[in-house]
Design a protein around this ligand. Structure first.
Ligand code: FAD
Length: 411
C-alpha cells in the first residue's frame, strides 16, 4: 500500500508558540509531516529574562538562542519576514519566496500597542525585542553623559518614566533602578545620587500584575522603599522630546524627562490585521479549545495573537506561561488532524506567577502559597530555568546569576 505524502505544516513565528509547537510536532509527526518554521530572526528570544539584559546581569546570548540549536534537523528553518498570508490559496509569502501549506500555525506574537498615540510611538522607547534593550541601554548611557556634562540639567535628563505597571513595567523599573543607581552612577561620580529619578506610571489606580493583592501591596512597598515614584491613576496623554504629559484628576501635568519606556500593552502582529479570520478581544484571532481558528480547521493560532477561551471565563492571558502549554497542545491537534481523528481539547493549568524585582528580590504565587524574599527569589529563578528550552543554556544562566551575586557582594 502507498504511504500518503507527508503533510506540509508551516509554522509562522519561532517564539514561545512556534518553537514549542515545532519541538513536540517533530516527535509526534515524524515521517508524516514536513515541518517548516519561518521567523525574521534566526534565534528564539526568552523574553522573561530580557529585563536582566537591560540591567546588565545577563548578556544577550543568554536570552537569544539559535533556533538551529534548539530544533531537530528534521525541522526546516527559514529566516525571513512574513509579508503576506493567503488563507484562501493556502500560501504564505516570506523573504521573496512563496510557501504552500496543508496546515498553518500562526504564532507571530504581538507588537507594542501605543493605542493610536502618535507622539508616544514617535518618542517613547518600546521594550519588546532584543534590539529594544540595546537601544534603551545606549539611550540611558547617553543621558548620563549629558547629565555629567551639564549638571544643572541632570535631574530632568536622568528622569526615566516607565509607562504601564503590568509585570513588564514593574520588573523593568526594578532592574533599571539597580543598574542606574549602581554601575552607572559609579561610572559618573560627579552626578549626585539624588539627581536620579525613576517613575512608574499607570492609568489604573493599581499595579496590573495578575497576583494576590497582598503581594501587590508588597511590590508597591518595595518600589517606594527604593524611592521609585509610583504615579498610579495617571494617564500618559502625550510624549514629546524630553517631556511627557500626564492627565490626572487634577488636570494635565507636563514632566521633563530624558527617557520614556513604553510597556503599556501589546496588540497582535500587524501582518495578521487584514486576514479575514474571526476576532476576539483586542483583535486577537478567535480559536476554539483545540486551538483551531473558527471556520478554518486547517489553521491553528496560539500565543499572544490568539484569543483562546478560558474555561473560567473570558480568554487566556498573553503570557509565556500560557503559550508554552499551547505549543504541545497545537502539536497534538496537528497530529490528530493528520491522522484523521478528533483533536484533543487544550486545558490550561495556571502554575502560579512570579515577578522579579532585581536586587529587591521577587514575589511569587505558587501552589496556593504567597512567597516573598529568598523563597520567592529562588522559586522565580527555578521557574525561569525550567522554561529555558536547553540544558546547556540553563547552566550558563545559573552560573551568570552566581557570578553577578558574588560581584554585588564584593561591592
Ligand atoms: C519584556 C517581556 C517580558 C516578559 N516576561 C514574561 C514573563 O515573565 N512571564 C510570562 O509568562 N510572559 C512574559 N512575557 C510575555 C511573553 O513573552 C509572551 O506571552 C510570549 O512570548 C508569547 O509567545 P508567542 O509565540 O505568541 O510570541 P513571541 O514569543 O513574541 O514570538 C513571535 C515570533 O514571531 C516572529 N515574527 C513576528 N512577526 C513576524 C513576521 N512578520 N515575519 C517573521 N517573523 C515574525 C518574531 O520574531 C518572534 O520570534 C514577557 C514579554 C516581554 C516583552
Amino acid at each position: 500500500m502507498d504511504m500518503p505524502a507527508p503533510a506540509s505544516v508551516l509554522i509562522l513565528g519561532g517564539g514561545f508558540g512556534g518553537l514549542y509547537t515545532a519541538l513536540i510536532a517533530s516527535r509526534l509527526l515524524s515521517g508524516r509531516a514536513e515541518l517548516t518554521i519561518i521567523d525574521r530572526n534566526d534565534y528564539f528570544l526568552y523574553t522573561p529574562l530580557l529585563f536582566q539584559v537591560a540591567g546588565g546581569t545577563l548578556e544577550a546570548h543568554h536570552v537569544a538562542r539559535p533556533l538551529k540549536r534548539l530544533l531537530p534537523r528534521s525541522v526546516r528553518i527559514v529566516r525571513a519576514d512574513v509579508t503576506a498570508i493567503d488563507v484562501a490559496a493556502k500560501q504564505v509569502a516570506a523573504g521573496g519566496a512563496s510557501f504552500a501549506y496543508d496546515y498553518l500555525v500562526l504564532a507571530l506574537g504581538g507588537v507594542p500597542n501605543f493605542y493610536g498615540m502618535a507622539t508616544a510611538e514617535q518618542h517613547a522607547l518600546p521594550f519588546k525585542w532584543l534590539p529594544d534593550v540595546f537601544h534603551l541601554r545606549e539611550h540611558i548611557e547617553q543621558r548620563f553623559a549629558e547629565a555629567a556634562a551639564e549638571p544643572r540639567r541632570a535631574r530632568d535628563v536622568l528622569r526615566t518614566v516607565v509607562t504601564g505597571a503590568g509585570c513588564t513595567g514593574v520588573e523593568l523599573v526594578a532592574e533599571l533602578h539597580d543598574w542606574m543607581s549602581g554601575p552607572l552612577l559609579r561610572q559618573y561620580p560627579s552626578i549626585p545620587a539624588d539627581a536620579l529619578s525613576l517613575v512608574l506610571a499607570e492609568a489604573f489606580d493599581h499595579l496590573l500584575c495578575p497576583m494576590d493583592p497582598n503581594l501587590m501591596r508588597e511590590a508597591v512597598r518595595k518600589l517606594l522603599d527604593r524611592r521609585i515614584d509610583l504615579r498610579l491613576g495617571r494617564f500618559v496623554s502625550e510624549v514629546g522630546p524630553g517631556w511627557l504629559k500626564f492627565r490626572g484628576p487634577s488636570g494635565d501635568e507636563q514632566v521633563p524627562c530624558g527617557t520614556v519606556v513604553w510597556t503599556a500593552g501589546i496588540k497582535p502582529a500587524p501582518i495578521i490585521a487584514d486576514l479575514a479570520l474571526p476576532r476576539g478581544p483586542g483583535g486577537r484571532i478567535e480559536v476554539s479549545s483545540t486551538l483551531q481558528v473558527t471556520g478554518h480547521p486547517e489553521i491553528l493560532a496560539l500565543g499572544d495573537l490568539a484569543a483562546c477561551p478560558d474555561p473560567s471565563g473570558g480568554v487566556l492571558p498573553q503570557t509565556a506561561q500560557v503559550t508554552v502549554q499551547q505549543g504541545p497542545a497545537a502539536a497534538r491537534t496537528l497530529a490528530a488532524l493528520i491522522a484523521g481523528t478528533d483533536p484533543p481539547v487544550f486545558r490550561y493549568r495556571r502554575k502560579g506567577e512570579v515577578v522579579g524585582l532585581g536586587r529587591m528580590g521577587a514575589l511569587a504565587e505558587a501552589f496556593g502559597l504567597r512567597l516573598v524574599g529568598l523563597p520567592a527569589w529562588l522559586f522565580s529563578r527555578t521557574v525561569h530555568l525550567a522554561r529555558v528550552p536547553d540544558w546547556g543554556d540553563r547552566v550558563a544562566i545559573a552560573l551568570q546569576w552566581v557570578k553577578a551575586l558574588l560581584e554585588s557582594e564584593r561591592r
